[in-house]
Design a binder for this molecule. Structure first.
Ligand code: ATP
Length: 244
C-alpha cells in the first residue's frame, strides 16, 4: 500500500467494488495477524452512551467478536459530564438494566459499568490499563472506535502510548471507506509504526440502520421499536415508561 509520507492528501479513490483487490488484501492481512496469535484472553471494549442499547450495537459486537477472534466484548457505557450533555440521558442504572437484558443470552458479551459508576470523566488509557491488570498481563486489550474518532485521537491523553500499548480498532460505518483518507489526521501526528498499527486494525462494518436517537423518537411518538432492539429491551422500555 502507498505510504503518503509527504503529508499530501492521498488521491480520492474510485468507489471500490466488493471484489476490489485492496479490500481483499486488507481483510486477508487482518486475519493473518490474528490467526498467528496464540489463544489468550483478547477483549475489546465498545464505548457508547447506550441510551438505549440496540441491535446495531449487537451487530457491531458480533462482527468484532468473529472477525477479531475475541474472547469477549465489553460494553462500556461512558460517563458523560452534565455540561457535555445535549439532552437528559436515561439514568445510568436504567441504561445498565437495559444492557443486562440485551446481553443476557450472549455469553461473550459483558457489561462494564466502571466508567459510568465512577461519576467522572475517565481517560481511555487508564481504563484499558486497569482492564489489562484485571485480565492478566497475557491479555490483549482492544478498544473499538468509530471512524470519526481518528480525527481527535492525536489529542487524547497519552495517545501514542495508547496506540502502542493497546490495539485500537477503527470501525468505520462505511464498508467502502477509503482507509488512506481515514488515516490522514493520524499520519500527520504519529510515527509511521503507529500509523501502520492503526491501519492494520481498520475493520469496516456494514452498519444496520439503527440508532438510539431513532428509538427514542419512535417511543416518544408511540411507534413500535421491536425491529430495533432485542425483545427483552422493548419489553422493559414499555413496562418502565422509558423515553415516553
Ligand atoms: P445516538 O443515536 O444517541 O447518538 P448511537 O445509536 O450512535 O446513539 P452510541 O451508544 O453512541 O449509539 O454508540 C456506541 C458505539 O456503537 C459507537 O461506536 C457507534 O459508532 C456504534 N454504533 C451505533 N449504532 C451503530 C450501528 N447501527 N451499526 C454499527 N455501529 C453502531
Amino acid at each position: 500500500m502507498v505510504d503518503h509520507a509527504d503529508g499530501r492528501d492521498p488521491p480520492r479513490s474510485r468507489r471500490p467494488d466488493p471484489h476490489d483487490e485492496r479490500r481483499l488484501d486488507r481483510s486477508v492481512r487482518l486475519l493473518a495477524v490474528l490467526s498467528d496469535t496464540p489463544r489468550r484472553p483478547r477483549a475489546a471494549l465498545l464505548g457508547g452512551s447506550f441510551d438505549p442499547v440496540h441491535l446495531g450495537h449487537l451487530h457491531l459486537a458480533r462482527e468484532a467478536l468473529g472477525r477479531l477472534a475475541l474472547t469477549e466484548v465489553r460494553f462500556l457505557p461512558a460517563y458523560v459530564p452534565p455540561h457535555k450533555r445535549d439532552r437528559a440521558l436515561l439514568p445510568i442504572d436504567d441504561r445498565l438494566l437495559l444492557l443486562d437484558a440485551a446481553l443476557r443470552d450472549e455469553p461473550a458479551f459483558v457489561v462494564d459499568p466502571r466508567e459510568a459508576r465512577r461519576g467522572r470523566a475517565c481517560y481511555t488509557f487508564d481504563t484499558l490499563t486497569e482492564l489489562r491488570a484485571e485480565l492478566g498481563s497475557e491479555a490483549e486489550v482492544m478498544f473499538l472506535i468509530g471512524g470519526d474518532s481518528l480525527r481527535d485521537l492525536p489529542k487524547w491523553y497519552r495517545a501514542p502510548d495508547l496506540v502502542r500499548t493497546f490495539t485500537l480498532v477503527t470501525v468505520p460505518r462505511d464498508p467502502d471507506v477509503d482507509v488512506e483518507r481515514l488515516l490522514a489526521p493520524v499520519r500527520l501526528k504519529f510515527p509511521a509504526d503507529l500509523v501502520e498499527k492503526l491501519r492494520r486494525f481498520v475493520l469496516p462494518v456494514e452498519p444496520l440502520p439503527v440508532s438510539s436517537t431513532e428509538i427514542r423518537a419512535r417511543v416518544r411518538d408511540g411507534r413500535p421499536i421491536d425491529d430495533l432492539v432485542p425483545a427483552a429491551v422493548a419489553r422493559l422500555i414499555e413496562e418502565r415508561g422509558y423515553y415516553a
